[in-house]
Design a protein around this ligand. Structure first.
Ligand SMILES: NC(=O)N[C@H]1NC(=O)NC1=O
Ligand SMILES: [Zn+2]
Ligand SMILES: [Zn+2]
Length: 512
């Protein structure tokens, strides 16, 4: 017996060393790779380019799983359910988030970052830091309220220049459709070819002098060009049905009452615009003369006839979509206090029964996705002291809170993690043509938000808010649940435990 053991010993030794070689070589190779390609420490709090994230709640297109996501060079390269062997043996490079939720980063395709020209209102630096702190990994910036507005190739170039070294998350850009470029195809073609994801127009005054409104006739001029380039038109859909609010008001209507403002911007304004738009989108269906064009209604507030017209247009096959914003789902007109102009926006926040119908439409799939319409200004223009709803700047400031708002107010509607990720990531990515984003799926960008849905917090003075002028946000003072722990943009851990990575490594996204 003893003799046999002695004889087999060299064989055992050989087997053990072969196994050890493969095991060590594997980790050694990976280590070498990582030493060769460390993540810039300035861009990311995690020093590796090849690593795993594991959690008991990872939101994938196949549902919520417990497992690990493998990331290499900013991309998702594998997703494994359960306790993966790979994950264990690579334990040094695994970030284990326990039961915190790992979801695709949010994609907010409707934000006004106001640069160049109005950095006292917001700006790329503060705006994208707020986004990162809120788990928003991509923003798409509006062509106004920056100055000059983004309505030509040249003004897009100014905007791109202004983003340099300031983007903490990735950013795409909408151009503007205004009468001047709608009636001059070469300016519009130049803007589209320069890389905007689509164009936006206003059917009522925008509040910004160098962004004039378009009528349906301007829109009809622009749509064939957009169809040719397969770019989307997104529309602020309100038509002013009187010559300004004074006609609607009586002497004793108090401008500090929210109800006074509400009277000046009735649902019929939204309905009038959408009626005209669906008159045009009928040609966008398969085989229609405007096939290739697409019309998107931004920030729908009216859940009655406006929504019915959009549903009908979708039913008959028009290329049309619609978003609503977090504030229309969170608030109702009844609760807005006299003089609290933080809540002023257009179209206005309507009553609670309208809000409940918006939730229903979202849950039914009639509303395609969500955005913030983050549209800040300086406190002086919100007229917080005077409290005059008719004169104050219209716009809600909320970018950092997209996720906790929709989660907190959605809980009573039974909103799931999968739905949140559909409304905030998958559908906005598809809509904006961001093919590499929107899902936790092999081949996509490693853009994640890691958050704890159960953690509650109050947005008080001590809470770290990164938007430029927090005092004008309608959410200050609110109790929300859903705390963002970490944010990854293309594999870079850009935000962790309340702090941002030092360097701004987001990139501008230009359409081909
Ligand atoms: N110009 C601008 O940002 N306007 C936005 N604000 C708002 O409340 N609705 C809008 O369209
Ligand atoms: Zn608008
Ligand atoms: Zn807007």
């Amino acid at each position: 017996m003893d003799y046999l053991i002695w004889k087999l010993l060299p064989l055992f030794a050989l087997l053990v060393s072969v196994a050890a070689f493969f095991f060590l070589e594997d980790s050694y190779m990976v280590h070498l790779l990582q030493l060769k390609r460390p993540s810039s420490e300035e861009c990311s709090f995690h020093p590796y380019r090849h690593y795993w994230i594991s959690s008991k709640r990872i939101v994938t297109p196949q549902g919520v799983i417990s497992g690990s996501v493998e990331i290499n060079e900013g991309k998702i390269v594998s997703i494994v359910k359960g306790d993966s062997k790979k994950g264990n043996h690579m334990h040094q490079q695994v970030i284990d988030y326990g039961d915190a939720v790992v979801m695709p980063g949010l994609i907010d395709v409707h934000v006004h970052l106001d640069e160049p020209g109005r950095t006292e209102w917001e700006g790329f630096y503060t705006g994208t830091r707020a986004a990162a702190a809120g788990g928003v990994t991509t923003v798409v910036d509006m062509p106004l309220n920056n100055h000059p507005t983004t309505v030509s190739k040249e003004t897009l170039e100014l905007k791109l220049e202004a983003t340099k070294k300031k983007l903490h998350v990735d950013a795409g850009f909408w151009g503007g459709l205004i009468p001047e470029n709608a009636l001059n195809t070469s300016i519009l073609e130049g803007l589209l070819s320069a890389g905007v994801l689509g164009v936006k127009s206003f059917m009522c005054p925008s509040g910004i002098d160098d962004f004039p409104m378009t009528t349906i006739d301007h829109i009809k001029e622009g749509l064939p060009v957009l169809a040719k380039h397969r770019k989307r038109l997104i529309v602020h859909s309100e038509i002013q049905l009187n010559s300004g609010h004074t006609l609607e008001l009586k002497d004793n209507d108090d401008p500090r009452h929210y109800s006074t403002y509400l009277k000046t911007r009735p649902p019929s304004w939204e309905q009038a615009a959408i009626r005209e738009l669906v008159g045009v989108t009928k040609d966008t269906g398969n085989g229609g003369p405007l096939e290739g064009a697409h019309v998107h209604i931004v920030h729908l507030s009216d859940s009655s006839a406006s929504l019915d017209m959009i549903k009908e247009a979708k039913r008959r096959g028009d290329s049309i979509s619609v978003e609503t914003c977090s504030h229309y789902l969170a608030f109702s007109s009844e609760e807005i206090k006299d003089g609290d102009t933080r809540f002023k926006c257009s179209p206005p926040i309507r009553d609670a029964s309208n809000r409940e119908k918006l939730w229903e439409a979202l849950l039914e799939g009639d509303i395609d996705f969500l955005t913030s319409d983050h549209s800040p200004t300086v406190p002086e223009l919100k007229l917080l002291d005077e409290g005059n709803f008719l004169k104050a700047w219209g716009g809600i400031s909320s970018l950092q809170f997209d996720l906790p708002i929709t989660w907190s107010y959605g809980k009573k509607h039974g909103v799931t993690l999968e739905q949140l990720s559909l409304w905030w990531s998958k559908r906005p990515a598809e809509f904006a043509g961001l093919e590499s984003k929107g899902d936790i799926e092999v081949g996509k960008d490693a853009d994640f938000v890691v958050w704890q849905p159960e953690t509650e917090f109050v947005l008080d003075d001590k809470y770290p808010v990164f938007i430029k002028n927090p005092s004008i946000s309608a959410y200050m003072g609110k109790k929300l649940s859903g705390q963002v722990l970490a944010t990854f943009v293309r594999g870079n851990l850009v935000f962790k435990n309340g702090k941002h990575a030092p360097k701004a490594c987001g990139v501008p996204i230009l359409a081909k």
